[in-house]
Design a protein around this ligand. Sequence first.
Ligand SMILES: [Zn+2]
Ligand SMILES: [Zn+2]
Length: 336
Amino acid sequence: MMVTRLWRALEQMGGPDGFEAAGVAAFWREKIGEEFNIIKGTLLRTMPDPADCYPCLRECGCQHEVIRHDSGRIVGVCDCEEWNCDDIPLTEADLVMHELNLSKLGRAIANAFDCNAKEIGFPLQGTRQVAAFGNAALPVVLTIQRDPQELRDVIAQLGIRLRKGFVLLIPTSRLVDATVVELLSNAKAGFFDLESHVTLLPSGKLQAHRKAGELFRPYLPEPEPSASAAEAKRVIEMSSRLNAGAKVRKAPLGVVFEMLVRQGHSQEHAARECGCAPSLISARVAEIEKRMGLPLPQLKALATQLGDMELGKDSRAKSVYRKDFADYTVDDEPDE
Ligand SMILES: [Zn+2]
Ligand SMILES: [Zn+2]
C-alpha cells in the first residue's frame, strides 16, 4: 500500500504563526500530488477569498504577486530582487484557496480507528481532541507540530491537562526522540503516527490498519477503587447477557467468562474443559472484552473484588451473582 503523502505534508505546514494548512491547488499538488484530487471535496474546503500570491514552482521558488489587469488578464509576477522569472498566466480557478478542514479530518480519523468522534480544542497550537475511546472516554488527541521542541511543549501541557492519560496522534514519527518518548510515558500516554497507521483511500476515506480496540486499549486508565465496586456489579450484570442471542454449542461466552474471569482458569484449561481449540477460546475472550469494554486482566481484577464483596461485605452483590450465574455452570453444557 502506498504511503499517504498528506501526513508528512501536514507536518511541514506549520509556521511561525502556527499551523496553517491552506493554499491554491498548485501548492497542494506540489505537496501531495494526486491526493489533492481525493481530499479536495472531503478534507479540504474552499476559502472565501482568492489568493493574492501564487507559488512559483519554476525558477525563483518564491510567491509571485497576483496582478489583475483591466483587460481581465491575471498574472503572477515575480518580485524577487534578481528577477528572472517569467510572469505566470493565471485564471480565477488557479487562485481558489483550499484549506484543511481540521474538524472533518478529526472525524475521519475517529471513524478510521473505530472510536467516537469528539472535538475539543486546547489553547495549544495545532492540537485538538478528535475522539474518545472506551467507557472511560480516553481522550484521543491530534497534534500537528513542525519541530521537536513544539511537540515536547504540547505533550508536557497535555500531561498536565489530561491527568488520567491520553492517546496522541501525530502525522509522522519524524519528531519523536527519546525525550518525547519519556514525556509521553510520564504522561501515561500512548502515541501513534498516522503515516504508518492510516491510509487515504482513493474514495477519500481514511483506513486504519488496526482499530482503537487493539491500539488504544492499553492506555485506558485503571478504574478508580471507589468506582470499581459499581463497575464490578455492572460487569456481572452485563455478563448475564453474554449467552443471550446467538446459540453456540461450543464454549458459549457465559461459560468462558465463568471459567476465565470468575474461576481464574487459564485459556488452555478452558479449551480442554470445553473440548475445543484454544483459538476458539481466544476468539471468545476477544468477544467478551469487546462487549464488556474491558481487557481480561481488568475483568479478573473486578471479579476478585466482587469475590471479596460476596464474603459478606456486600450482600446485594452476592445475590446478583447467584441469580446471574446459576444457569451458566459448565456441567449444564451439552457435549459435542
Ligand atoms: Zn518565480
Ligand atoms: Zn521570484
